[in-house]
Write a protein that binds this ligand. Structure first.
Ligand SMILES: CC(C)(COP(=O)(O)OP(=O)(O)OC[C@H]1O[C@@H](n2cnc3c(N)ncnc32)[C@H](O)[C@@H]1OP(=O)(O)O)[C@@H](O)C(=O)NCCC(=O)NCCS
Length: 200
């Protein structure tokens, strides 16, 4: 993308549609910001969201702040990236309140989206999703994946989209295959990363 945006998302009036994606069910996917670090900690500090990578659980706010920096940089450099996921309050009554100007009373519920990546030396768009346990099983990841594929077509036409996940992560694999991704087995060069691909 040609037009870098400020890290705080303040230029929303000039932004493309994928900076702020709202569904009729009240789900909001919007550009991640620095102010989301506390919400990220609330989700990523919960061992249940790292069942397959327990060493990755966030220990404190400083860790979550560092964690989002590459995501902010990706948006700034490429004009797209990971969203913060905001859900209607009733989906997550105890979830932290969103900090964005358009978040209203929504609860912060995780991260998802695509970033540039390489598989076997070839450029791909890599999907990410990690959601608070309270909102899992509502189709949110499916929605993230659909919007990610739509965004991919706009930002990198023709580039494959991949989901890479632990082989035991049945839910993540199911979300991908349900959306038409082909399970290619273990990612070349790895022993613990399943590769699912949507060829473009
Ligand atoms: C993986 C994750 C993103 C899925 O999000 P979600 O919003 O719950 O997903 P959806 O509701 O869109 O769909 C989940 C699908 O997986 C299925 N599923 C969930 N848990 C499952 C399990 N243990 N075994 C088999 N299928 C399972 C659901 O039935 C559903 O499929 P269906 O529509 O055919 O019924 C979410 O569980 C999560 O954040 N997990 C923790 C972090 C993580 O593992 N992220 C993935 C890293 S690549």
């Amino acid at each position: 993308m040609s037009q870098p945006e400020p890290r705080d998302g303040s230029a929303e009036t000039t932004n493309p549609w994928w900076v702020h994606v709202e569904s009729d069910r009240g789900l909001l996917l919007r550009r991640v910001t620095t102010a989301d670090a506390a919400g990220v900690l609330a989700v990523h500090g919960d061992p249940r969201v790292y069942a397959y990578d327990p060493q990755e659980v966030h220990p404190d706010l400083a860790h979550s702040r560092r964690f989002v920096v590459p995501m902010l940089d990706h948006w700034a450099e490429h004009g797209f990236g990971y969203w913060s996921v905001l859900v209607p309050r009733e989906w997550s009554p105890d979830g932290p309140r969103g900090t964005g100007s358009g978040d209203a009373d929504r609860a912060y519920a995780g991260l998802g989206g695509i970033q540039h990546h390489q598989v076997s030396g070839q450029p791909v768009l890599n999907v990410y999703f990690r959601l608070a346990p309270a909102v899992q099983g509502r189709g949110v990841a499916g929605r993230i994946l659909n919007e990610s594929v739509r965004m991919a077509a706009a930002v990198a036409p023709g580039q494959d989209v991949v989901v890479r996940t632990r082989p035991a992560n049945t839910a993540a694999r199911r979300v991908a295959t349900r959306a038409g991704f082909v399970d290619e087995g273990l990612e070349p060069g790895t022993t613990d990363m399943q590769l699912l691909r949507l060829s473009r």
